[in-house]
Design a protein around this ligand. Structure first.
Ligand code: FAD
Ligand code: SF4
Length: 485
C-alpha cells in the first residue's frame, strides 16, 4: 500500500517528554524537553490532511493545523511559522500551555492517538525564534487613531498587537508592576519560563505598542477619563475574583487564596524580595481544588520543599478514558496527570471540607474533611465520615467568580451579565459606545487560547469601529464555546 508519509510505520505514543522528576524538583525550569526533529516530523507526517479538518473547529483560533503539519513534515520551518502566525499571535504561549482541544478533535483520535499538534506548534515557533525569523512588523502608515487596552494578559496583548499593526496608536495599561497578566504572575516558571514573554514583548515594543505598567484604571486614571482621552478602549482585565470557602476557621493564619501564593513565588522567581513570603517549606500543604490553579500550587509547593502535599477535590474523579457522553470530536473531561501531579503528593476526590482546625496561636494546624454526598444535586459532607488531615498551609484554588467590577460599575455604568462578567454585544462592544471587552473579563475564567482569539476578534471590531471597515480576522464570537454536539 502507498504510504508516502510513513504514516503506517509510526508508533503513536509520542507525547512530549518531561525531564526526570528528580531533576525538575531541584529547579524552576520548564518541565518539558524539546522534541527531536525526527519525532516531530514523524508526528507532523501522521496528519492526514482531512477533507474536513475537525482540528480547526477544535482550536478557538482556527489554527491552520494541517497546513503547518505538512510544512513541518517537509522541513519548511520558515513557511510553517508564517502559516502559524497567520492565526495565532503567540504560539509560544499556546504551544506550552494550551490543553489542546484540537488534539481531542483530530480525526486520528477516533481509533488511535491523535497527532501531537501542540508539540509541533511549539517546535515551529521555537525554531523560528532561534533562527531569527520572528521580526517586528511595524505598520506602514499610522491612522492617527488611539486605543487604550486595559490589562496585559493574553487577550490584551493579542488585541494590542493586531491594532498596532493596523496602524493605530495603542497603549496597554497594567496595574501590576510588570506586563503579562496571568502569564506573568499566575503561571509558574516550570510551566512557562518568563523569557518567552519577554521576547514577545520586545517584538511588540519594536512594533510601536506602548506599555504602561503600574497604572490601575479606575484608581490612577478614571475609566471616564480614559474613555475621553482615547478613540476606543478595550477592557481586558481578566476574571480574578477568587471563589471563597465559608467554613469555620477560614480566617486562620496560613489559609490563603492560591493567587496570593503564586504571585509571590513568581515575584521571588523574578528576583524581587518578597516580605513575609508565603512558603511551603517544611510544611504540610493542602490544596483545595482540582484544576489548573491547584496543580500550579502543587508544583510550587514541591519546589519550595513541602513536607507533604495533599490535593482535595469535592467532586468525583474524572474518567481516564473518553466517556460515552463526550464522544469524538468533543474535548472530554478526563483525569489529568500534569507534570505537577507526576512529581508527588496525594490526590483525594469526593472530599468536602468541614472546617479548618486551629492551634493555640490561631494558625491552621489541620483540616476536617468528610466524604462528599450528593443530596438533591447539592454536594454536602456526609455525616459520620469526618477525618482530620494535618495542614500548616492551606491554598484555596476553587476557581474564580468573575471580573472585579467596582470601578467599571461606578465610573462607566457598564452592565454585567447573569454570571457577573462584563456584558457585550456580538461585536464585543459594551453598552458604552467605543468601549469593548475581551478575554476572561467578558467570558469568565477560561483559557489562554480563548483569550488570544477574543483579543484578535475584539481588535477587528475596534478597527471597524474606528475605520468603518477592517481586514483584521474575527476568529470567535463572544458566544462561541468549545465543540459540543
Ligand atoms: C494559576 C492559573 C494557571 C492557569 N494555567 C493555564 C494554563 O496552563 N493554560 C491555559 O490555557 N490557561 C490557564 N489559565 C487561565 C488563563 O491564564 C486565563 O484564561 C488567561 O490568562 C486570561 O487572559 P486575559 O487576558 O483575559 O486576562 P489575565 O491574564 O487575567 O490578565 C488581566 C490583567 O488585567 C490587569 N488588570 C485588572 N484590572 C485592571 C485595571 N483596573 N487597570 C489595569 N490593569 C488591570 C490584571 O492585573 C491582569 O494582569 C490559568 C489561570 C490561572 C489563574
Ligand atoms: S492553540 Fe491550542 S487548540 Fe489551537 S492548535 Fe494550538 S494547542 Fe491546539
Amino acid at each position: 500500500m502507498a504510504d508516502p508519509k510513513g504514516f503506517l510505520k509510526v508508533p503513536v505514543r509520542e507525547t512530549p517528554k518531561r525531564r526526570p522528576v528528580a531533576l525538575r524538583l531541584m529547579d524552576w525550569k520548564e518541565v518539558y524537553e524539546q522534541g527531536d526533529s525526527a519525532t516531530l516530523r514523524r508526528q507532523a507526517g501522521r496528519c492526514m490532511d482531512c477533507g474536513i479538518p475537525f482540528c480547526h473547529q477544535g482550536c478557538p483560533l482556527g489554527n491552520l493545523i494541517p497546513e503547518w503539519n505538512d510544512l513541518t513534515w517537509r522541513d519548511e520551518g520558515r513557511a510553517a511559522i508564517e502559516r502559524l502566525h497567520a492565526t495565532n499571535n503567540f504560539p509560544e504561549f499556546t504551544g506550552r500551555l494550551c490543553p489542546a482541544p484540537c488534539e481531542s478533535s483530530c480525526v486520528l483520535g477516533i481509533n488511535q492517538d491523535p497527532v501531537t499538534i501542540k508539540q509541533v506548534e511549539v517546535s515551529i515557533i521555537d525554531q523560528a525564534f532561534a533562527n531569527g525569523w520572528v521580526t517586528p512588523h511595524p505598520p506602514e502608515r499610522l491612522t492617527g487613531k488611539t486605543v487604550a487596552v486595559v490589562g496585559s494578559g493574553p487577550a490584551g496583548l493579542a488585541a494590542a498587537q493586531q491594532l498596532t499593526r493596523a496602524g493605530h496608536t495603542v497603549a496597554v495599561y497594567e496595574r501590576d508592576d510588570r506586563i503579562g497578566g496571568l502569564l506573568r504572575y499566575g503561571i509558574p516558571d516550570f510551566k512557562m519560563e518568563k523569557k518567552h514573554l519577554e521576547t514577545r514583548l520586545a517584538q511588540m515594543q519594536a512594533e510601536g505598542t506602548r506599555f504602561r505598567a503600574g497604572v490601575e484604571i479606575g484608581v490612577d486614571i478614571s475609566w471616564a477619563d480614559l474613555k475621553s482621552r482615547y478613540d476606543a478602549v478595550i477592557i481586558a482585565t481578566g476574571a480574578m475574583k477568587p471563589r471563597d470557602l465559608a467554613v469555620p476557621g477560614r480566617d486562620l493564619l496560613g489559609v490563603h487564596f492560591a493567587m496570593e501564593y503564586l504571585v509571590q513565588q513568581n515575584k521571588a522567581g523574578a528576583g524581587d524580595s518578597v516580605a513575609e513570603q508565603i512558603t511551603a517549606e517544611g510544611k504540610h500543604v493542602v490544596v483545595l481544588g482540582g484544576g489548573d490553579t491547584g496543580a500550579d500550587c502543587i508544583g510550587t509547593a514541591h519546589r519550595q520543599g513541602a513536607l507533604s502535599v495533599t490535593n482535595l477535590a469535592i467532586g468525583i474523579q474524572p474518567p481516564t478514558e473518553r466517556p460515552e457522553h463526550q464522544p469524538w470530536p468533543m474535548a472530554p473531561t478526563l483525569f489529568e496527570v500534569s507534570s505537577a501531579h507526576e512529581e508527588g503528593g496525594e490526590r483525594v476526590y469526593l472530599a468536602s471540607t468541614v472546617e479548618f482546625l486551629s492551634n493555640e496561636v490561631g494558625e491552621v494546624r489541620g483540616i476536617r474533611v468528610a466524604e462528599t454526598e450528593y443530596l438533591d444535586g447539592r454536594r454536602v459532607p456526609k455525616a459520620g465520615t469526618e477525618r482530620d488531615i494535618p495542614a500548616d498551609l492551606v491554598l484555596l484554588a476553587l476557581g474564580f467568580t468573575g471580573p472585579e467590577t467596582d470601578t467599571l460599575d461606578t465610573q462607566l455604568a457598564i452592565p454585567f451579565d447573569s454570571r457577573g462578567n462584563v456584558a457585550r454585544a456580538d461585536n464585543y462592544e459594551t453598552s458604552e459606545s467605543g468601549v469593548f471587552v475581551a478575554g476572561d473579563a467578558g467570558r469568565g475564567q477560561s483559557l489562554i487560547v480563548w483569550a488570544i482569539a477574543e483579543g484578535r476578534a475584539a481588535a477587528s471590531a475596534v478597527d471597524r469601529f474606528l475605520e468603518g471597515e477592517t481586514e483584521l480576522p474575527f476568529p470567535v464570537k463572544p458566544t462561541d464555546r468549545a465543540i459540543s454536539i
